[in-house]
Structures are given as structure tokens and as C-alpha cells.
Design a protein around this ligand. Structure first.
Ligand SMILES: NC(=O)c1ccc[n+]([C@@H]2O[C@H](COP(=O)([O-])OP(=O)(O)OC[C@H]3O[C@@H](n4cnc5c(N)ncnc54)[C@H](OP(=O)(O)O)[C@@H]3O)[C@@H](O)[C@H]2O)c1
Length: 196
């Protein structure tokens, strides 16, 4: 069975990804506080140790990372650094370090988000992070000839809106995003941003 690493497997979207993929792949679950491996993906040493321990793998999906949600007045400079270090560099770490350990033809899927193209009040940090990540995916795909790298850009998950106490009627069920990660792996494409 092919090996799939899911970083962020306990999250709203990651849970659905694991459910969708587990009949086809040996899924290795990774989070900070639970899973087959526990690590913070912003910690490059921990990421390197994880890949060394796992050995070759065929696919990795990252549905993980932090970015500040808040108005410009609520943003400190440190908030930008924290989000860039977590959601942007955390996922970049998984690709940059993971490619040394991945099997030939392996595929990487990271998570960006709709705020890269469509700003909303409160989403300043995440917009910057998501746009940077999408640029990384396009650039890395050009040079990673024997592997593929794509991003899924979720809009707003219905379950997340419910957790935030918002009206969730315009939300997209997280399973619909999970299907995009599967498509990103199976499509044969690289350098693409998958959206519902
Ligand atoms: N949900 C949405 O509506 C939505 C919309 C647009 C974009 N996105 C993006 O899609 C991705 C998944 O979103 P989500 O809502 O499913 O997230 P979530 O429910 O907050 O879950 C995040 C998952 O990632 C793990 N995690 C967080 N930081 C980590 C780190 N530094 N290292 C390793 N694991 C980490 C968490 O487990 P631990 O806490 O145990 O580490 C958890 O399993 C995120 O990148 C998010 O920005 C989501």
C-alpha cells in the first residue's frame, strides 16, 4: 500500500482527508498534540527527524498551520512573523525537507486559502501567507521535475463557521475540500491551485 503522510489530520479538513484516503493509502497522521508522529512543522529539526524515521513516502498532505485572524489594528508585527513561521514556512519545510526523503514520483499538497485572492476584514495575515504559499507552489513545481507539488485553496468550511458561531449557510462542507486534495494527488498535475 502507498504511504500518505497527513500533517493536520485532526483538524476540520484533515479529518475528512483521512477518512477519504485511508482505504487506498497507509495513512500516517501527524499533528503537534496527537498522531503517529507529534511535531510542530515550523521546527525544521523535528521535520527532518520525522522524514528520516518514516523513510520513503508517496504523498504528503498538509492541512495545518496558524495565521492571526484580526483587524489591522489588532495585528502586531510579531503576529505576521508567527503566521509566516507557522502556516507558510511550516508547509514550505515539509516540501523542502520532504523532497529529500520522498519516493520517486511523490506528490505534495499544501493548504493555502481564498484570502490570497479575495481579502476580507480580519484576514490580513492569512492573505499574505496564502499568496506566498501559492507562489511557492508554482515556483517549486517548475523545478521539481520528478515530483509534483500543488495547493488546495479552501474557501470557508461549513464546520469551521459553525465552530466560530457564524451563520454557516454559505459554508462548504469540509468533505468537498477533502475531495480536492485527493484530486490534486491523482490528477497528475503540478503547480496548480485547486479550488471548489
Ligand atoms: N477551515 C476553513 O474554513 C479554511 C479556510 C481556508 C483555509 N484553510 C486552511 O486549511 C488548513 C486546514 O484548516 P482547518 O480549519 O482544517 O484547520 P484546524 O481545524 O485548525 O486544524 C489544524 C490541524 O493542524 C494541526 N496543526 C496546526 N498547527 C500545526 C503545526 N505547526 N505543526 C503540525 N500540525 C499542526 C492541528 O493539530 P494540533 O493542534 O494537535 O497540532 C490540527 O490537526 C489550514 O492551513 C487553514 O489555514 C481552512
Amino acid at each position: 500500500m502507498k504511504k500518505l503522510i497527513v500533517v493536520g489530520s485532526t483538524g476540520v479538513i484533515g479529518k475528512e482527508v483521512v477518512e477519504l484516503m485511508k482505504s487506498q493509502y497507509q495513512v500516517i497522521e501527524v499533528n503537534r498534540s496527537s498522531g503517529d508522529y507529534k511535531l510542530d512543522m515550523s521546527d525544521t529539526k523535528a521535520v527532518e527527524s520525522m522524514f528520516k524515521e518514516i523513510g520513503g513516502f508517496d504523498a504528503i498532505i498538509a492541512t495545518s498551520g496558524y495565521g492571526k485572524w484580526g483587524s489591522i489594528d489588532e495585528h502586531t508585527i510579531q503576529d505576521f512573523h508567527d503566521g509566516l513561521n507557522s502556516k507558510l514556512m511550516g508547509q514550505v519545510n515539509l516540501v523542502m525537507i520532504g523532497r529529500k526523503y520522498a519516493n520517486e514520483g511523490a506528490t505534495f499538497v499544501v493548504s493555502s486559502g481564498i484570502l490570497a485572492q479575495y481579502p476580507v476584514e480580519g484576514g490580513l495575515s492569512l492573505g499574505v501567507i496564502n499568496a506566498g504559499l501559492e507562489a511557492f507552489v508554482r515556483g517549486a513545481a517548475l523545478e521539481m521535475k520528478s515530483m509534483r507539488v500543488n495547493a488546495v485553496s479552501p474557501s470557508f468550511a461549513r464546520e469551521t463557521m459553525e465552530l466560530m458561531g457564524m451563520d454557516s449557510s454559505t459554508g462548504v462542507p469540509a468533505i468537498e475540500f477533502a475531495k480536492l486534495y485527493k484530486e490534486a494527488i491523482e490528477s497528475g498535475k503540478t503547480g496548480e491551485i485547486f479550488r471548489v
